[in-house]
Design a protein around this ligand. Sequence first.
Ligand code: AHR
Length: 295
Amino acid sequence: GLSQIGSESDWRNANTESFKSVFTAGNGYYLLYEDAQQKQENQLKAVRDFILQEVDYTILDPIVETGWDTVLMEAEDAGIPVILVDRQMVLENDELYTCWVGSNFREEGRTAGRWLEDYLKSQGRENEEIRMVTLQGTPESSAQIGRTSGFADVLSEHENWNMLDKRNGEFTQAKGQEVMGDFLKLYEDIDVVVSENDNMTFGAIEAIEQAGRSCGPGGDIIVISFDAVSEAAFTYMKEGRLHADMECNPFLAPMVDTIIKRLERNETVEKIQYVEERCFDAFMDLDAVMEERKY
Ligand code: AHR
């Protein structure tokens, strides 16, 4: 059984596709797929339904970090291993899940901060006051918590970086556009937009351009994003409308497949497994990157 969060972003759709293409009958699986439509209560119900249906494994991408202890105890009592993917949980007892596979969100946030540090230096702007806003993802999700706190680690080292505002853009394009529109009305001078996923970024770029402003190299606002979805994010960078993008790898299913095969052979699996990720920017040979990256 797979409890997916929803379909809020291109990243999420690529992640769902990854599971549906790996967990097929041809590969020896029967996948029960549940879309929670952004509601934790739907995920709790899905896990309970999987218990009733006596699945062999539950794969769970938790929308937020807390509120899972009881349902995981129920899965444990039923003898069903739970594999967490993408986002993490804060539990009283970490033994309640078998393992977790996903991104190091805090590191992604730090990489974004370091990228900005280097870029401002290259532009001779390292001592200027830099006014920024953040479009945040779903509150209390580990992607939001990690990216916000990782960027804050670097922000705290720069007295001249001024974070004017941080607001929830729900990881969606429509909300990203709306919130960016509000920021532009509220703050006359915005130098940097940190946007915690690509779809909010695409919406924010729309809002910036509709307001008669410009972004990307040569423009007046620096936009930094997360996900690096193919091809859209690369197209924005190639068009010079987006500065940099921190990769978040959606293709987690092959790793989960390997984990399940190991568990079937009674082998031990590593509790925490990070996927490899990179940082891309508009100054790279992005055609070469896309060719080599294949997604
Ligand atoms: O948890 C991963 C995040 O969730 C991705 O960055 C975002 O696009 C998605 O909706």
